[in-house]
Design a binder for this molecule. Structure first.
Ligand code: GLA
Ligand code: GLA
Length: 648
């Protein structure tokens, strides 16, 4: 059964539908073409606020009634947006305070989208009011299958620095730290005379003469994530009340931007919806995409999710705006289904003639439904709609990669020993697993890890006590761990854990890091196991750990670079540096073997991705040449969905 029950046991196929840009004649043509393309679900009215509520408190539902009816009669399920992502011009005219303010104190103008302060009570009330009207109007409409609240929260405005936000931040800080003494301690305000004695002195981290207080920065990120979540919750609770049986979600972004702490949002999603725009020009795009799919599936506790947006072809905001070559959309759409998506949907159904995104690809292009894009989409709609026994099934994983937003925010703040970038760090650990065809879950540090054979922890600089204890217990109970340098250094307030690095994990890893030796650009160190490393070198003093590799040159020549500690019934392997790509693959293979983790299928040609989902194995050929894999002949960019047991 599909995670969206109305789709029954079929994989959903569809698009964002923005009918307010088109005439009623075009709507009829659209519905006809949707049926031709095998569309079973659309997400409707995402930017319709100004069309639905043209003046405050005055509503025009006629056009939307008609579109809902047309879709319903055609048997197309509707994920109905509340339409609150782009407030109408009148809102900011009447209430300029709803507009967000950036770090420099500049109030942003309307004329784009997402121009609201997440803490603004006026915005929240107006948005919840619209959600209420939508719920009352369409709550019992037979086409309604899902509520789509807002759109990509924080995509453009992640934080607002206005006075209303400052007040909301103070309220949030009282909840987190209690009184001013608690706040002063959490923010280490004795440094640089930053002690506050009155709540009025507590401010957002606005533009300042030099480095801002890192704990204040970190709390502002957390607060801003919570403020966006509060916007979502305000609308969700209205809809819950009116339509308790209709699931509610918002679409979140699979991209390398630390927008919001999605792991803390996940409990508020009835199902997870992903927007994903891999770059057709990037040869590693499929690896990143796989990571985001795994992350979305994991956010939903392993349940299927919807890929609510992707591009049939070109992505308008990334010049040069290159199309996807024939077959690539099919391949990447199947990748989503392989990794747990129960629907594949595109932004958008019909390419706009005007507006900022008119050069973004769609299912129906400017020239009409006669081109390659539409033909490919229609063939794919039929193919996905015909996949039997896949919707609703699960993707098993024996390995977890630990991923944490607070750590991301903290690691990329200023004045760290080296510029570590979380996307690069996560990729470096994830790519070897992808190449090995080992499926992973992506979990927060405090997750229950007991079901995993191997847990991989890329550079977890910031780690609270509960997470540190969870990881320790996991290994003690027989788990295997692979952890990279600069982990367990700071507590949740970005305060150093004293008494020797890495404070949170010294016992577990059986070592002490005497000093960090970040390397200059282009500086490389040799490793005794062959190959080299760069970026960073820990000066490791073993305290029980065995040395697996040592530096062969440079400031730490002869000292350990990679270690392993037998701890409890498990093991903890530690990488004190950044090995080159091939060394990294070997280094990941080793604990995989130790933990007894098998690939989905052994011996596949390079560039072939295999994922098991339910009773099927998906084989995805990312190569531009044909391959033979597990008994199947795969053309370039081809896909095979094989019943388990039939794959050799
Ligand atoms: C300057 C300042 C110090 C300290 C150091 C190191 O010398 O006077 O307070 O900030 O730089 O950055
Ligand atoms: C995002 C938005 C869409 C559209 C696409 C394409 O995913 O949700 O409205 O802007 O990007 O750029």
């Amino acid at each position: 059964m599909n995670i969206l029950p109305v789709l029954k046991d079929r994989i959903g196929f569809g698009a964002d539908y923005n009918p307010e840009q088109w005439s009623p004649e075009v709507w009829r043509e659209d519905v006809r073409l949707m049926r031709e393309a095998g569309v079973s679900v659309v997400t409707l009215g995402i930017f319709s606020w100004a069309s639905v509520e043209p003046a405050p408190g005055s509503y025009d539902f006629g056009w939307l009634d008609e579109v809902m009816d047309l879709l319903g009669e055609a048997g197309i399920a509707v994920s109905l947006a509340t339409g609150t992502a782009s407030p109408p011009a009148w809102l900011s005219r009447l209430h300029p305070g709803t507009l967000p303010v950036n770090r420099d104190g500049v109030r942003l103008s309307p004329g784009s989208r997402q121009h609201y302060c997440p803490s603004s009570p006026v915005y929240r009330e107006a948005a919840a009011g619209l959600a209420q009207r939508m719920g009352e109007r369409y709550g019992t409409h037979p086409a309604l299958a899902l509520w789509h609240v807002g759109n990509e929260y924080g995509c453009h405005v992640q934080e607002c620095y206005c006075d209303v936000s400052a007040d909301d931040f103070r309220r949030w800080l009282r909840e987190r730290h209690g009184d001013l003494d608690g706040l002063n301690a959490a923010w280490s305000t004795t440094f640089w005379s930053q002690r506050v004695t009155d709540w009025a002195e507590v401010l957002p981290p606005r533009t300042a003469p030099t480095l801002r207080n890192p704990a204040q920065e970190l709390d502002y990120r957390r607060f801003s994530s919570d403020a966006l979540l509060a916007c979502y919750r305000a609308e969700r609770s209205v809809l819950r009340e009116l339509t308790p049986d209709v699931p509610v979600t918002t679409n979140i972004m699979g991209m390398w931007e630390p927008v919001a702490d999605y792991a803390s949002w996940a409990p508020d999603f009835d199902l997870v919806a992903l927007d994903l725009y891999p770059e057709p020009k990037d040869p590693a795009a499929a690896v990143d995409a796989a990571f985001f799919h795994d992350q979305m599936r994991s956010l939903g506790g392993g349940r299927p999710y919807l890929m609510m947006e992707t591009a049939t072809s070109a992505i308008s905001y990334r010049p040069p705006n290159r199309p996807k070559r024939p077959g690539l959309n099919r391949l990447w759409s199947h990748q989503a289904v392989a990794r747990g998506a129960d629907a594949v949907m595109y932004f958008q159904w019909r390419a706009s003639l005007g507006g900022a995104e008119k050069f973004h690809s769609a299912v129906v292009s400017h020239g009409g439904p006669h081109d390659r894009i539409f033909r490919e989409a229609a063939a794919l709609g039929a193919e996905l709609g015909g996949l039997d026994g896949v919707a609703g099934t699960r993707v098993p994983a024996e390995v977890a990669v630990v991923f944490d937003h607070a750590n991301w925010w903290a690691l990329e703040l200023d004045a760290r020993p080296a510029e570590l970038r979380v996307p690069e760090r996560v990729r470096a650990h994830y790519a070897p697993l992808w190449h090995e065809n080992v499926t992973v879950d992506v979990v927060p540090p405090a997750a229950d890890l007991s079901s995993y054979k191997l847990v991989i922890v890329p550079n977890l600089y910031l780690c609270d006590d509960a997470a540190a204890e969870g990881l320790r217990r996991y290994v003690e109970d027989g788990g295997h761990l692979l952890m990279s340098f600069f982990s367990g250094i700071a507590d949740a307030c970005d305060r150093i854990r004293p008494g020797g690095h890495p404070g949170a994990f010294r016992d577990l890893l059986g070592l002490r890091v005497e000093e960090f030796w970040p390397l200059s650009d282009g500086e490389r160190l040799g490793l005794s196991t062959g190959g080299g490393a760069d970026l960073w070198a820990d000066h490791i003093v073993p305290e029980g750990a065995a040395v697996l590799a040592a530096y062969t040159d440079g400031p730490l020549a002869g000292l350990p670079a990679v270690t392993r500690h037998a701890y409890g019934r498990g093991s903890a392997t530690y990488l004190g540096t950044r090995p080159g790509e091939h060394v990294m693959r070997d280094l990941v293979r080793d604990p995989l073997r130790l933990a007894g983790v098998e690939p989905v299928l052994p011996g596949l040609p390079a560039g072939v991705e295999a994922v098991r989902r339910g009773g099927h194995v998906f084989l995805l050929n990312h190569n531009d040449h044909p391959v033979r894999a597990a008994g199947a002949e795969l053309a370039p960019l081809d896909v095979a969905v094989v019943a388990l047991g039939e794959a050799e």
